[in-house]
Structures are given as C-alpha cells and as structure tokens.
Design a protein around this ligand. Structure first.
Ligand code: SF4
Length: 701
C-alpha cells in the first residue's frame, strides 16, 4: 500500500495538514497530519469528511463554448481572441478577472502577472474581498504593510483571548480546539467573546458581550481611553515605535463608558468589566474575523483594535497581539502575490512608481498597471454598466455569493464574454458562461497555500486529472501565450511559478517590505515536492526564522514606525420604518461556501439540512412567527424564504441567515440576493453583517 500523501485542507484559513491515502476501491482515507504545525493531527468535521466529497458525478470534465464541448485549443483560442479584441476596441480597463481564495498561490501569481503586467490594468479582484479586505487595509494603515504579527501559538500562550466578530468554534474549528485545550490545561486563562450572537464559541468564554451590530468600533475606541486613564499605556513603546498617539487619544476621549454602552447596546457594568480585564492582563491576543471585516466601518474597527495593542506594546511577543483570521484556505497567499485590485505582487504597492518599475522590469512586461483596479462590488457594477465587456471568473460563484446577487446575474447575462473556470459542471455563475473551462480540483493539482499565521504549505496531487481538467495556472498561462506573451508564460509546472514568485519577493530596493521568501527562489523540483510548511519571512542567507513581527518596532512605513488611526463615531443603525430588522449572515459548522463540495456529504448535510432564519423567541412572538414556520426575509434588493429557528442565542432585533444555500439546494435560500452592495470606503469589503430587512410570515400563493 503506498504511503499517504501530505497535503493541506482546502477549506478554512487554519490551513490544517492532511494525510491523504487513496484506497484500492477508489475511496479516499484522510487523517490529520501529526507533523503539521497548524493542527498537529487534528481535523474538524469538514476536513475529516473530505473523502466523502470526491465523487466525479457533477464534475466539469471538458471545455465548452456556448454550451457545446470543445477542444482545449479551441476554447483557449476563443478566450485569448475575445480578450485581445475587447482590449483593442475598448482598452485594457474593459476586461477583468474575478478569482478566489480557493485557488493556489501559483494560480494567483499567473493571473496577477497576466492582468497587471501584460494586459496592463489592475482589474483583478477576488472573493477574498468579501472575507478579509478590511484587515488588509487596517494592517496597511497601521503597519505600512499587510502583516499578521503573530502565530497560532500566541492564542495558547495568552492569559486573555478576546474573540470579536468570529464564531471560531464553527469557522476555524481546529484553532478553536487548540485554544479550548490550552484553556483546559490552564484554567486561569480568560476568554471574552464579543458577538451579537451567543455562538458555540461562547462555550469557552468567561464573558460574552452580546454587542449591537457594528458596536465594536465604539467599544475599542472606549478601551483606548480606558487604558490611558488607568495608566496602562506603554509610553516607551509609543515613543520609540509609533506615531499619532495623541490624535488617536483625543478622538477616543469622546467614548466615555456611557457612550460606549449606548453605542454598543451593552450595559456600562459589562463594558467596564471587559475594560478592566484587558487593562489588567499583559498577555492579550485579540482575534477577529468577518464580524469585524464585513462592515462599512470594517477598516476603522481593525484600526481601533490595533490601536489598543500598540498603545500597550502588546504586539509581536508570545501571547500578545491583534490577530486577523482569514476565512478561506488561500486568502493570505492571494495577498502575497498581489491578487487584489489595489496591490502589486510581493506586497509591493501599485501606487508606488519605483515598485511598479521593479515589478515591470522583473517580468520584462510591456506595461504595468499604474492605478488600482475595480474591487469586487465595483467590478460587477462595471459589468452591468458595460464598462467591463469580458470577464474571467475562476473557482467562485458570485451569482450566489456577492451582495445584490440578482444584479450580478443580470450583469453577467448582458456581458459579451463570460469565461468561467470551475471544477463543477453546474453553478448559478456557470449558467452565464460563454466558455466553461474544467479545472483540476483538490487532490489533482500541485501548489501552495498560506494560512492565517503566514504559514506556507503544499497542496499535493495524489489523484489523476479526470477527463480533460487542467490546473488554473495552466489555463491562464496558455491564454497568456495566445495573447502574444509566450516567453513570460512558458511555465511548465507549479514549481517554476513558485521559484519566480520567491525571486520576485526577494528583489533588492523594493522598499522596507515584510514579505520575502527569497530563501526559496532557487529550490529544485524535488525540494518543492518535499517542501515542509514554513512561515514567512524566509530571506535568503538569513538564519533567523522570525515567527512574530513588531515586538521591537520595525514597521514598514518609511520611518519604520506604526501609525495610530483616530477613530470617530461611525453610523451603525441601518434600519428604518420599512426595513426595521437587521440581517446578519455567516457560516455553519459543516458547510462551505455555496455547498459545491460539502453538499456531497450526507454526514455534513445532516448537521444543518436546510437554510434557516435564527430569531429571538420574543421577536418571533411579536411577528406572530412560530418555530419552524416559513418566513420571508426581504430587503430592497431581494428576498429569501427560510424556516424560522427560534433561540435566545440570537440578539433581539436581528435575524441570522447562513450564507451557504442557493436556490439549487433549497426553495429560496440565496441570501446574497438580499444583501445590499454597500462597502467599506477604505477596503471595498461589503457590509454583509448589518443589512436592513423586514421579516414576515410566508404564506404560499
Ligand atoms: Fe480544514 Fe479548517 Fe477544519 Fe482545519 S479547521 S480541517 S483547515 S476546515
């Protein structure tokens, strides 16, 4: 029997190592990799059910043009010609790529190189925009770079872990298990959960603050004032390593405990208890995720959290720091190669002329994008308005997952050229594709992903490519060649792409940047094949393997100092007379995105068999809604009909609906159609946690 293959789970940003062992009967045995530093052998329900999701029943196995099977040559020629002709007629800004945190770093690298260096526009964005863009913007404002300062180990070493806007127990289960195990061993450790819902994460919380939607801006601004008034700030750290403290403090002075309580929907006593615990505990990690990021004030909230850690110097040391956890398996890898419309490869800055020059010369590119491109929501609006006339969508399903999803569907319907690369044959997005390209799935392709703690791990192929499926990087490179850029896109395998990516990250004179994996720029194919998980940075010739950043400053602004960002009151109440309730969206434990993979496992589907609207029983009584009754949830953009789930875990005045179900799996469960296309002005991230809706009993016609 062959040895199991070491690979990485394709679901969440924890990035667990998996041992995958194909069986003679065609099934797949999976186990947690005991040597992987993210999980040390653990797997959650989704990871351990990977073997149940591998069937080829619903796979896209051959290219198609206008619904008819085509050869790869014909399909790639068609795509290249379509993009070339669109650019010739309407300019480089008339085409776009919309990619995904599901694709591998090597795929992302080639997509970004083709769009930014050879098309010469920056209209490449990703569904990671919906996941962590506010954290990126907040990091860049505070640190001068998109750097996550800490590691998973910090959560285990902390004396206080503050979890805000994250149902870690369901969305990052193995990280939650590590935290729960550490707390069990060391009962003096405290956990505070800040979330409008009393989620399963509350099981290990010593305090749960059932905060009003977006009330965390005021909470963390008030915390800065509290730690100043109580003499907890580190004057040495502030003076040596930061700028702007006084301005931030002046803004924070508006946030008295009374005001914080009123803006956050909490009572003064519980606010003060949290402040006192934070102030009294040196080793604090603040973990945050989509509940912080997916807001109009997402970036402001990120900076409000970082301000408190900078003010106390509690950053980059064991058991301390702000810690953004990413939702998707490769949200971080996409950031490293510039797979966002406002970034350049290797954490360089698209608006910095010397960075553009370096990247252009390195790629020997005919041009380079010189301004940020369209971010996800803007991109589909541009498609609707006819400004984008050719779009290539890869490994994502925006017709279900984007806010104002019906408008996205209408936009794609009217778009002259829609290309979709996917592993499955039928999604609501594929329904609009003129060209369908079959992609290699997990287990069939090679490459790397980066998890939330900056750890790069290999995904390895252990199955043959089915039908004519091909890796995404190969599809992009073939189109690049057919657009006239044969030399730049002559990659023969993923290792060659990784080497180029590593060499680009190590360019000299690229400014004081954090991301550098130059130690890997010369690795051989066999070293790539055997690559063990590692954290960046890994500079060539440098012995010190740094696992944490910023304990002694060294930020990436020109003066090497961090920036405090003043936080002012933010509008938060989106409701009105016609739409008086707040919709909150999120994940459930056993499903992933729009169910294309987890929907295949009966075991996973048994956890939650259908979409639901979670309401507080008192709100349901007011609306005359009974348990399990069908309810309509409606915004000006669209509506869904879901079954009512009544629990006192839900905050009054709001309803929670999971994001996973589409109309293919439930009568009417596409929550993206209800969400408004409202975004954070700094990050462009949609505000999917605080949408004004009305709720009514559903009476079938
Ligand atoms: Fe996969 Fe995330 Fe579960 Fe780990 S915690 S097994 S990465 S889904």
């Amino acid at each position: 029997m062959p040895e199991p293959v070491r690979t990485t789970c394709p679901y969440c940003g924890v990035g667990c190592g998996v041992l995958a062992k194909p069986q003679p009967d065609g099934s797949l045995e999976v186990a947690g990799d005991p040597e992987h530093p993210a999980n040390f052998g653990r797997l959650c329900s989704k990871g351990s059910a990977l073997g149940e999701t591998m069937s080829l029943d619903d796979r896209l196995l051959y290219p198609e043009i206008d619904g008819k099977r085509a050869s790869w040559d014909a399909a790639l020629d068609h795509v290249a010609r379509g993009f070339r002709e669109t650019i010739a007629a309407y300019g480089p800004g008339s085409v776009a790529f919309y990619v995904s945190g599901q694709i591998l770093t090597e795929d992302y690298y080639v997509a970004n190189k083709l769009m930014k260096g050879f098309v010469g526009a920056a209209n490449i964005d990703t569904n990671s925009r919906l996941c962590m863009a506010s954290s990126v913007a907040g990091h860049r404002r505070a640190f001068g770079s998109d750097t996550v300062p800490g590691t998973y180990e910090d959560l285990e070493q902390a004396d206080l872990v503050v979890i805000t806007g994250s149902n870690l127990a369901w969305c990052h289960p193995v990280l939650y298990q590590r935290l729960a195990a550490a707390k069990e061993k060391r009962p003096s450790m405290k956990v505070v959960l800040i979330d409008p819902r009393r989620t399963m994460t509350a099981d290990i919380a010593d305090q749960h603050l059932a905060i009003a939607p977006d009330g965390d801006t005021a909470l963390f601004a008030g915390l800065l004032r509290h730690i100043w008034e109580n003499g907890i700030v580190s004057k040495t750290y502030i003076e040596k390593y930061t700028q702007g403290f006084n301005t931030a403090l002046e803004a924070a002075s508006e946030f008295s405990p009374d005001r914080v309580a009123s803006e956050s929907g909490l009572v003064v006593g519980e606010v003060e208890a949290f402040f006192q615990l934070f102030a009294a505990t040196e080793r604090v990690v603040t973990v945050y995720s989509q509940g912080v990021n997916q807001a109009v004030s997402g970036t402001v909230k990120v900076n409000a959290i970082i301000n408190c850690h900078l003010a106390t110097g509690r950053i980059g040391r064991p058991g301390m720091g702000p810690f953004s956890v990413t939702g998707q398996p490769n949200a971080m890898g996409g950031r490293e190669v510039g797979g966002l419309a406002n970034m350049l490869a290797a954490h360089m800055d698209i608006e910095n002329a010397s960075h553009r020059d370096l990247v252009q010369r390195f790629w020997n590119a005919p041009r380079i994008a010189d301004k940020p491109g369209l971010k996800a929501v803007e991109m589909f609006q541009a498609v609707a308005e006819g400004r984008i006339r050719a779009i290539w969508i890869m490994a994502t399903n925006p017709v279900d997952s984007m806010p104002d999803a019906d408008a996205v569907a209408a936009a794609l319907k009217a778009c002259p050229l829609v290309v979709v690369s996917d592993v499955v044959a039928d999604t609501d997005t594929l329904a609009h594709a003129h060209v369908k390209l079959p992609s290699a799935a997990w287990g069939e392709k090679d490459g790397t992903v980066t998890n939330s703690e900056r750890r790069i791990s290999r995904q390895r192929a252990f199955l043959p490519l089915p039908g004519e499926a091909r890796p995404d990087w190969w599809q992009l490179a073939e189109v690049g060649k057919r657009m006239g850029f044969a030399r730049a896109f002559g990659f023969r395998n993923a290792a060659e792409i990784f080497r180029e990516h590593a060499a680009l990250s190590a360019l000299e004179n690229a400014g004081a940047r954090d991301f550098d994996i130059g130690a890997y720029s010369g690795i051989s194919q066999s070293e790539y094949d055997g690559m063990a998980p590692f954290q960046w940075p890994q500079r060539a010739g440098e012995d010190r393997r740094r696992t944490r950043f910023f304990s002694e400053g060294g930020f990436f602004h020109a003066d090497r100092k961090a920036r405090f960002v003043p936080v002012h009151p933010q509008p938060r109440d989106v409701t009105g007379k016609d739409y008086p309730w707040t919709l909150n969206t999120g994940r459930v434990r056993d499903h992933w995105h729009t169910l294309t993979r987890t929907g295949k496992s009966a075991r996973l589907s048994a956890h939650m068999a259908e979409p639901y609207g979670e309401l507080h029983p008192a709100d349901a009584a007011r609306l005359g809604i009974a348990e399990a009754e069908l309810v309509r949830i409606e915004s000006p953009h669209g509506s869904v009909v879901v079954r009512a789930l009544l629990t006192d875990r839900q905050r009054r005045g709001s309803v929670f609906v999971p994001m996973h179900w589409t109309d293919r799996y439930a009568a009417s469960g596409r929550i993206g159609a209800v969400a408004a296309p409202v975004t954070d002005p700094f990050s462009g991230q949609p505000a999917l946690k605080n949408v004004a809706v009305r709720i009514s009993r559903f009476a079938a016609a």
